[in-house]
Unconditional design. Structure first.
Length: 729
C-alpha cells in the first residue's frame, strides 16, 4: 500500500493508472514512481542552503548568477553515472567538459577567492592560479559532493524502453519495486534454495563456483532481471583473486561464444529461422518477395502470424539444452579449435578512427599460424580494406571437451545471490550473459527443424530470439503453425503468450486462441520495429516506439569546443545507419513506399538536428552562424542519395523510369520539406533558416516534373506521419 500511497500523492491525474495498477499487479507504477527531472534538479539546487564538510559555505551557489547555476546543474544532471547500489567509475551517457562547466564563471563572483577592491593590480599568473583553484573546486563540487548527494537520495538506473535515458528512483520506492520484481522472478523462474551444508561443500571444491548478482532494469511493463557474475562463493579469497577468476571465466565464455558462432556459420540449419538483426531480416524478406514474384504474376492474399514465447530464457529445460549443444559441439569427435584474438583499426568516411577487438575461430586443420597469411586470407574474402590488424594472441588447443565443461559450469552451476540467500537455477538460461541469445536460437532452431521443416512452402518463417513471424499464402499452413505453438511444446519449454499473438485471419476454430488479436486481411502488420504491408509486402519502419520519448535522451552529444563539427559528423553517421536496404530497396518496395520511408528518415533527422542544436555549449546559437547550419542541412541529401544508389545498383541499371523519378532533386525536396516541417514548430529559434530552406524547395519544384511533385506532396501529407506528433522534442 506504500506504493499506492506514493502514487496517490502525485495527484488526481494518476487515478486511471492507479485503478489499472490494482488490476494488473503494479507494472504501470514504474512509469510514474520515478522522480521527475525537475524534482531531482530541485534537490541539487537545495545545496544552496547546505554546507560542505568542514563548515565552508558553497560560494558559487550563493554569489554567482542563479541562472548560470541552474544551467550548471542542468548540465551536471546529464553527467550522473548510471549504476546500481554502488555506482562504478564515472560512466556517463553524455560527457560535459570542465571547460564548459566553467564557462562564464568568474573569479570575481566568489568572495573567498577574489582579490580585494583595494588591490589595483593583479598579475596574470596570479589570476590564472585562482582560476585553476576555482576549477578544482567546481570539479570537486560535481564529482564528490553533488553526485554523492544524489547517490544518497536516489537509485539511478538506465531503462529498457528508451536508450540513454536515466531514471531517478527514491531509494525507499526502488526497494519496494525491487521486492515486487524479486517476488515475480521467484514465481516465474525455477530456483532451488541452497542450504548452508551445500554452500560449505561447494566452497571445498577445486573450482569454487562463481556467484551472480541479480539486478532489475525498468521496462514498459515491469522489470527485466539481469544477472551478472560478481564474486566467488564464500569470502576466503581476496578481491584481487576473485577478479582474476571472474576474468578467466569470462574469457572462457567468450571462447565458447566464438566457437558456437563458428559452428552455426558452418551449418546454418542449426539455428533454424533465427535472424540477428536488420541485415538478416532483409536477406530473408527479399528472397521471399523475389521468389514469390517469380512464381506468380499477381500477389494474392498473405496470412501473417506473429507470436512471442512466454519467458523464453527461463523455461528451456537443461536436459534439452545439453542435447542441442552436444549436436553442435561433439566431444566424441575430439575437435580442437584455434582462436585468434586481434585488434582492428580503421577510419570511416568522416575521418573518425574506429577500433574493435575481434576473435576468429578455425579448426586445427585450417589454422593459419602466421598473421600475414591470415590477413591475406581476409583480403581474399574481401573482409578487410584500409584496415590495420594487430594480433593479440593465438590459442591453439581449445578442445570441445573444455568448451562443454564451460557450458556445463554456466548452466548447471549457475548460483544466484538474492539479498542474503543463494539459489541454484534449475531451468532456463541466465539472462545477461553473452551466450543467452545464441543458446536460445540454437534451442528453438532445433525445435523448428523437427516440427516446422516443411511448413515454409512458398512462405517465410523468421524468429528474432523468441519473436516469431510466419508469412504464407496458404491459410491452412498459417493455422497449423499457430495451432502447434498454441498447444505448447513442453520438451522445449515453449508456450506462447496469447496477448502478444497477432494474426490477420479468423482463429475461432483454434483452441486457446480466444485472446489472440485479429487484424484485417489487408493492413500494416507490426513485428520487431517493422510495419509490413500484408497486401503488397512493402516494408516500413515502425516509429511508434518514439512516441512520448525524447530524442535528446536517445542520442549522445559531444560537448566540446568543436561541438558544431561533431554535430555534423554525428548526424551524417546516424543518417547512414538509418538508410537500410530493407526500406530503400526498389526490388522489395514500391516507389511510393521508398519515398515515404525516405521522408520519414529525413523527418527524424530533423528532430535529431533540433536535439543537437538545443544542446550546443558555450551559448552557440543558430542566429550566430546561419550558413553553417544551412550547410549541415543541405549535406543530408547528398549523403542519403549516395547511400541509396549503392543499395540499388541493379535497379538503377535496369529501370530508367524509376531512377529518373527517384532522382537527386526529389531527394533534396524531401529533405528540405522534412526540415521545414520540424523547424516551423520552433520559428523563433530557426527564423533565419526557414526562409532560405523554403526558397531552395521552391527552386527545386520548378525543376521537377508535375507527376513527381504530385507524388512528393502525397507522401509528405501529415496524415501519413501522425506518429511523429507524439515525440516530445
Amino acid at each position: 500500500m506504500g506504493l499506492i500511497y506514493q502514487c496517490a500523492q502525485r495527484g488526481p491525474q494518476y487515478a486511471p493508472v492507479l485503478a489499472m495498477t490494482l488490476c494488473t499487479g503494479g507494472a504501470e507504477l514504474l512509469s510514474i514512481l520515478h522522480s521527475l527531472y525537475g524534482q531531482v534538479l530541485g534537490i541539487v539546487e537545495y545545496i544552496d542552503s547546505l554546507h560542505v564538510p568542514g563548515g565552508i559555505k558553497v560560494p558559487v551557489l550563493q554569489e554567482g548568477d542563479p541562472e548560470k547555476f541552474k544551467s550548471f546543474v542542468a548540465e551536471l544532471m546529464l553527467c550522473i553515472p548510471r549504476g546500481t547500489k554502488s555506482l562504478p567509475s564515472p560512466v556517463s551517457f553524455l560527457q560535459v567538459s570542465l571547460l564548459e562547466l566553467m564557462w562564464k564563471m568568474k573569479v570575481e563572483d566568489c568572495s573567498w577567492i577574489r582579490l580585494r577592491k583595494s588591490d589595483h593590480f593583479v598579475p596574470a599568473s596570479e589570476h590564472l592560479l585562482r582560476e585553476r583553484i576555482l576549477a578544482k573546486f567546481i570539479f570537486w563540487l560535481m564529482d564528490t559532493y553533488v553526485i554523492q548527494l544524489l547517490k544518497s537520495f536516489f537509485f539511478v538506473t538506465e531503462t529498457m524502453f528508451q536508450k540513454n535515458r536515466l531514471l531517478f528512483y527514491r531509494k525507499r520506492i526502488w526497494k519496494k519495486l525491487q521486492n515486487l520484481g524479486l517476488r515475480k522472478h521467484l514465481e516465474k523462474v525455477k530456483l532451488r534454495p541452497l542450504s548452508c551444508d551445500e554452500l560449505e561443500k561447494m566452497q571445498q571444491w577445486k573450482n569454487i563456483p562463481l556467484v551472480s548478482r541479480l539486478r532489475f532494469i525498468p521496462k514498459t511493463n515491469g522489470l527485466r532481471p539481469i544477472s551478472r557474475v560478481s564474486s566467488t562463493l564464500g569470502s576466503q579469497q581476496s578481491k584481487e583473486n576473485q577478479e582474476k577468476k571472474i576474468q578467466h571465466f569470462t574469457s572462457r565464455v567468450r571462447n565458447l561464444f566464438s566457437v558456437l558462432n563458428y559452428e552455426w556459420n558452418r551449418n546454418c540449419s542449426l539455428i533454424g529461422s533465427s535472424v540477428f538483426g536488420m541485415d538478416d531480416i532483409y536477406k530473408q524478406w527479399k528472397k521471399f518477395v523475389l521468389d514469390f514474384e517469380k512464381s506468380r504474376a499477381e500477389k494474392g492474399k498473405f496470412y501473417f502470424v506473429k507470436t512471442d514465447v512466454k519467458g523464453a530464457y527461463d523455461t528451456i529445460p537443461h536436459s534439452k539444452l545439453d542435447e542441442v549443444i552436444l549436436k553442435v559441439i561433439n566431444p566424441n569427435a575430439n575437435e580442437v579449435y584455434c582462436i585468434r584474438r586481434y585488434a582492428s583499426v580503421s577510419v570511416d568516411s568522416t575521418g573518425r578512427i574506429i577500433k574493435s577487438f575481434k576473435r576468429h575461430v578455425s579448426a586445427l586443420a585450417d589454422v593459419l599460424p602466421n598473421m600475414k597469411q591470415f590477413v591475406s586470407k581476409q583480403q581474399e574474402k574481401n573482409l578487410t580494406r584500409n584496415t590495420i590488424l594487430v594480433e593479440q594472441s593465438l590459442l591453439l588447443n581449445e578442445s570441445s571437451v573444455k568448451l562443454l565443461a564451460v557450458f556445463q559450469q554456466m548452466i548447471r552451476s549457475h548460483i544466484l545471490r538474492i539479498e542474503d540467500r543463494y539459489y541454484m537455477q534449475c531451468c532456463g538460461i541466465p539472462q545477461g550473459s553473452m551466450l543467452s541469445t545464441i543458446l536460445c536460437s540454437l534451442c528453438y532452431g532445433d525445435m523448428e527443424n523437427k516440427l516446422f521443416g516443411g511448413i515454409q512452402q512458398n512462405g517465410v518463417l523468421m524468429r528474432l530470439i523468441d519473436d516469431f513471424l510466419f508469412v504464407t499464402p496458404h491459410l491452412n499452413q498459417a493455422k497449423t503453425f499457430l495451432r502447434t505453438l498454441a498447444e505448447g511444446i513442453p520438451q522445449y519449454g515453449c508456450s506462447i503468450s496469447p496477448q502478444k499473438t497477432v494474426v490477420n485471419f479468423p482463429v475461432d476454430d483454434i483452441p486457446a486462441c480466444s485472446e489472440v488479436e485479429q487484424l484485417p486481411v489487408h493492413c500494416l502488420f507490426r513485428w520487431c520495429g517493422l510495419l509490413l504491408d500484408t497486401q503488397t509486402l512493402d516494408v516500413y519502419y515502425d516509429y511508434s516506439s518514439y512516441a512520448c520519448t525524447s530524442i535528446r535522451s536517445s542520442m549522445t552529444f559531444c560537448h566540446s569546443s568543436a561541438a558544431g563539427k561533431n554535430m555534423k559528423q554525428k548526424l551524417l553517421r546516424v543518417l547512414k545507419l538509418k538508410c537500410h536496404s530493407l526500406f530503400l530497396d526498389l526490388q522489395v518496395n514500391s516507389l511510393r513506399t521508398v519515398f515515404i520511408n525516405t521522408y520519414k528518415i529525413f523527418l527524424l533527422q530533423a528532430y535529431r538536428f533540433h536535439a543537437c542544436v538545443v544542446q550546443l555549449p558555450f551559448g552557440q546559437r543558430v542566429m550566430n552562424n546561419p550558413p553553417f547550419f544551412l550547410t549541415v542541412i543541405s549535406d543530408m541529401a547528398p549523403c542519403f542519395y549516395t547511400t541509396f544508389k549503392s543499395k540499388n545498383k541493379d535497379v538503377t541499371r535496369g529501370y530508367k523510369d524509376v531512377s529518373c523519378q527517384f532522382n537527386f532533386e526529389a531527394v533534396q525536396w524531401l529533405s528540405y520539406q522534412a526540415f521545414l516541417t520540424k523547424l516551423r514548430n520552433h520559428k523563433i529559434l530557426y527564423k533565419c533558416l526557414i526562409g532560405p530552406l523554403h526558397n531552395c524547395k521552391m527552386q527545386l519544384s520548378r525543376r521537377l516534373s508535375q507527376y513527381t511533385i504530385d507524388l512528393l506532396k502525397a507522401v509528405t501529407d501529415s496524415s501519413l506521419h501522425k506518429d511523429f506528433s507524439c515525440i516530445m522534442d
